[in-house]
Write a protein that binds this ligand. Structure first.
Ligand SMILES: Nc1nc2c(c(=O)[nH]1)N[C@@H](CN(C=O)c1ccc(C(=O)N[C@@H](CCC(=O)O)C(=O)O)cc1)CN2
Ligand code: GAR
Length: 299
């Protein structure tokens, strides 16, 4: 549901020529899966009978709305004109809430991409169940004695190539990504980790163990990190972080819940930037994200 607009809502019944004036429009996305995004976009309005089209001036997305009288719009979603949708493979080992957030954001049009495969080492996990319910192809990796239908490293790379995957997104995947895959997808594999790397990362640091270590250290802040994946656990180039306060009374579960909420929004924003090719690499090798609203701003 996309709601609210900053320009006056007037019902209109006849074709009106396109307005070339650009309006700052507050556009809010709320997904059924509780994440909320709000952005002020500078859009042109074109009225056509009882439908209002909002265009991003730079030839970006086209937003199609049915005009209502109460200041809200029903979105028919985007017919994205920002170029071909990027193909995403998501790797999960557990509940898959980050996977769900990303998938929903692709359905809402917030991410100019589509999830073309779910890869997991745990075929019975929550992420695998969600994939099955949503018709997303499931790949098992790695091949083990208990997962005989699992793929080998070369089979996994070949499968992702056949699916024309552009980006690989790790979201609670608990196995080491092999060098073959890292090299096959240079600057195209991201991971989300629930601490402010480089602190509290590396082998043995996953799930509640991360939050327990943060609490025991006395750190006053923690938060999610999204980074590129290299051959080692959690040592790749950092792309985005958010800070979350650590309360003196926090249990690992309470801190995990607070950080997970930020993860859902941060990963969606970062993947949206990735799919709109707004990630650039500074001369010293640090990746930056170009702001959607102000092309001169980077973070
Ligand atoms: N090549 C890479 N592979 C993976 C990375 C990475 O940065 N580079 N990130 C991890 C995700 N992760 C932290 O964000 C992480 C996951 C798991 C472990 C870990 O210690 N795993 C245990 C096995 C756990 C299990 O099987 O239940 C281990 O290796 O002994 C550390 C960090 C995903 N892959
Ligand atoms: N080191 C890896 C690690 O700990 N990843 C963490 O696993 C959780 C997965 O949750 P989800 O399955 O609900 O997205 C997330 O908090 C993610 O940061």
């Amino acid at each position: 549901m996309i709601e609210a607009a900053s320009f006056p809502v007037k019902p209109f019944t006849k074709m009106v020529g396109g307005s070339r004036k650009v309006h700052p429009i507050v556009v809010r996305w709320t997904s059924p899966f509780c994440w909320k995004m709000e952005k002020t976009l500078h859009l042109m309005r074109v009225r056509c009978r009882n439908t209002e089209f909002l265009f991003q001036k730079n030839g970006g997305k086209t937003f199609q709305f049915r005009c209502c009288n109460d200041g809200k719009y029903d979105s028919k979603g985007f017919d994205g004109s920002v170029g071909m949708k990027k193909k995403l493979a998501v790797f999960v080992s557990g509940g898959g809430s980050n996977f769900r957030s990303i998938h929903e954001a692709t359905l809402q049009g917030f991410i100019n991409g589509e999830v073309t495969a779910l890869v997991t080492d745990k075929p019975g996990c929550g992420g695998a169940k969600y994939a099955a319910e949503n018709g997303i192809p499931l790949l098992i990796f790695p091949k083990t004695k208990s997962s005989i239908d699992g793929l080998s490293q070369l089979e996994l790379v070949s499968s992702l190539r056949k699916l024309k995957v552009d980006f690989v997104l790790l979201a609670g995947y608990l196995k080491l990504i092999p060098n073959e895959l890292v090299r096959a997808f240079p600057k195209s594999i991201l991971n989300i980790h629930p601490s402010l790397l480089p602190a509290f990362g590396g082998k043995g640091f996953f799930g509640l163990k991360v939050h327990q270590a943060v609490i025991e250290s006395g750190a006053r802040y923690s938060g999610p990190t999204i980074h590129y994946v290299d051959e080692h656990y959690d040592t790749g180039r950092i792309l985005a972080q958010r800070t979350v306060p650590v309360l003196s009374s926090d249990t690992a579960e309470q801190l995990a819940k607070r950080i997970l909420h930020e993860e859902h929004q941060l990963y969606v924003e970062v993947v949206a930037a990735l799919c709109e090719e707004r990630v650039i690499w500074r001369e010293d090798g640090v990746p930056l994200i170009r702001s959607k609203d102000n092309p001169n701003e980077y973070s």
